[in-house]
Design a binder for this molecule. Structure first.
Ligand SMILES: Nc1nc2c(ncn2[C@@H]2O[C@H](COP(=O)(O)OP(=O)(O)OP(=O)(O)O)[C@@H](O)[C@H]2O)c(=O)[nH]1
Ligand SMILES: [Mg+2]
Length: 387
């Protein structure tokens, strides 16, 4: 890791972080690189920076070539409660899968790279609207700015969850490795990291840390940040972060995207050994299911819908006004959400003047029950807030 860089290099890194356009970023990286001393201890860093620069150069070149309005067809408006991007290698059956789960009608064909722009569809599961978007195919090298790479990675980064389609009849494991590698190269990881660090630069307020530090103090963190000329920032930590973890987040920030692996084209018993092989590799790191878009069992919508909610740790809560029926559409919230969080979400008046709530729940011995602000809601609960 980039420990012990001279002050000049650290100051230059700030410029890299502040760069807005790819062109600015490339220039800033060039200057940073010039300020990094070349020795054994900085070898890895230099390699990483050179790679970043190569990717940027390709990106700049690509976008110059495509200036003529192609970009807009890549934009999909976010709709519904959850946005999921379907990714995979070409011909793995992404379009077939989208057709199976939604009313969308993307072209299905054995011709590779049939889908060239994202196609949206809507899966409705227990009243939750899940927007599924088929992304154009991932292939080796796409993270280095080729074809739709940059736009696809942006689409992925802005989504809530990924569905990775693998073709059981075409080396699914190799496909998975390609996909994971391309994502990692773009700073996206699908395996939940033990520690997550996010650094938000701010205009004032000094260096603040929310979360747990490990083997270091807030003063160490401040010193580290000041070294990079960063005097105001909010550092959010999930898990326990060491000084190294924080410095790594500064240099190579990684975004965690929850994912579900769908092994497609499991049409007959002959394909089952692929399922077992994949299971033994993936284990419980990422959710995995096998299916056939050709020969669906009929319960795929239900299974995938449920798996998405579970993977994202989301529950449904119905709100209700006194004397009226519950809202037909649920609120989709994180597991662990309290009654008072719901009040806050509905209206500041309900939050500020909260008295009590009534809850109808299949988990309660009798319903409704009167509860306080700290009551933790569960999936399917109905809540009526009194202020
Ligand atoms: N045997 C079998 N073939 C399938 C299955 N699902 C899709 N296919 C076939 O696989 C080929 C590719 O399917 P698509 O759905 O177009 O794949 P895609 O991933 O969208 O491909 P691109 O958009 O071109 O990257 C087509 O010939 C489909 O008929 C399946 O469950 N079993
Ligand atoms: Mg397709």
């Amino acid at each position: 890791m980039p420990a012990n860089l001279p002050a000049e290099a650290k100051a230059k890194w700030l410029k890299v972080m502040e760069a807005k356009t790819p062109e600015e970023k490339l220039r800033a990286l060039q200057e940073f690189l010039a300020a990094v001393p070349k020795h054994k201890g900085t070898e890895k860093l230099i390699k990483m920076i050179r790679r970043k620069m190569a990717i940027l150069r390709r990106e700049i070149e690509e976008s110059r070539r495509k200036k003529v309005g192609r970009r807009s067809s890549f934009f999909i408006r976010r709709e519904g409660d959850i946005q999921v991007v379907i990714i995979g290698c070409t011909n793995s059956g992404k379009s077939s899968f989208l057709r199976l789960l939604t009313n969308a009608k993307p072209e299905v064909s054995e011709v590779p790279f049939t889908t060239k722009n994202p196609v949206p569809g809507m899966l409705i599961h227990k009243g939750v609207l899940i927007q599924l978007i088929e992304g154009p195919a991932i292939f080796e090298g796409i993270s280095h700015g080729k074809a739709w790479g940059p736009q696809l990675m942006t689409l992925i980064r802005n989504s809530d969850c990924l569905i990775i389609i693998l073709d059981a009849k075409n080396e699914p494991l190799r496909q998975l490795y390609t996909i994971v590698r391309e994502l990692e190269e773009s700073g996206i990881t699908i395996v939940k990291p033990k520690v997550q660090v996010e650094i938000h630069k701010e205009r004032s307020g000094g260096i603040r840390v929310v979360g747990q530090l490990k083997e270091c103090t807030i003063d160490d963190v401040r010193k580290l940040m000041y070294g990079y000329n960063i005097h105001h920032a909010l550092i959010r930590i999930k898990g326990e972060a060491t000084l190294d973890d924080i410095e790594r987040a500064l240099f190579a920030p990684k975004v965690y995207k929850p994912a579900i692996i769908v092994l497609n084209k499991v049409d007959s018993k002959d394909d089952y050994d692929q399922v077992e092989k994949l299971k033994s590799i993936v284990r419980d790191k990422v959710a995995l299911i096998a299916l056939s878009s050709f020969k669906p069992k009929g319960n795929e919508k239900e299974i995938i819908g449920e798996l998405i909610l579970k993977t994202l740790d989301l529950i449904r809560v119905y709100t209700k006004e006194p004397g009226k029926d519950p809202s037909p559409r649920p609120l989709v919230v994180k597991r662990g959400t309290k009654v008072i969080d719901i009040a806050k979400r509905i209206h500041s008046y309900l939050f500020e003047n909260f008295k009590y709530a009534k809850v109808w729940s299949k988990y309660l011995p009798y319903s409704p029950q009167r509860v306080g602000p700290e009551y933790v809601l569960r999936d399917g609960d109905i809540v009526e807030i009194h202020a």
